[in-house]
Design a protein. Structure first.
Length: 84
């Protein structure tokens, strides 16, 4: 029972973060998107994950950190689920 609760909780947690990352990508295309509460919230929640990835990637015109974050989160999620 506890294992099922933990799996469901982690699935919800990871899904919420996937949605926030996707929203961050969409908001990055909109000028002044971070000027409201929702935009600031999304940027502040996702930045701790994206900033270290950005530092590791070479500078280019495109930001690939969300793609790397999606892949890394999926790997982490699958490893956690494997051991629960």
């Amino acid at each position: 029972m506890t294992s099922l609760f933990a799996k469901n909780f982690l699935n919800i947690l990871f899904n919420v973060f996937y949605i926030l990352l996707f929203a961050r990508v969409i908001l990055s295309w909109i000028p002044k998107a971070a000027d409201n509460f929702l935009g600031v919230f999304i940027f502040e929640v996702t930045e701790p994950i994206l900033a270290p990835i950005r530092r590791l990637l070479p500078q280019s015109g495109l930001d690939f950190s969300p793609i790397i974050a999606f892949i890394a989160l999926q790997l982490i999620q699958s490893l956690i689920e494997k051991y629960l």
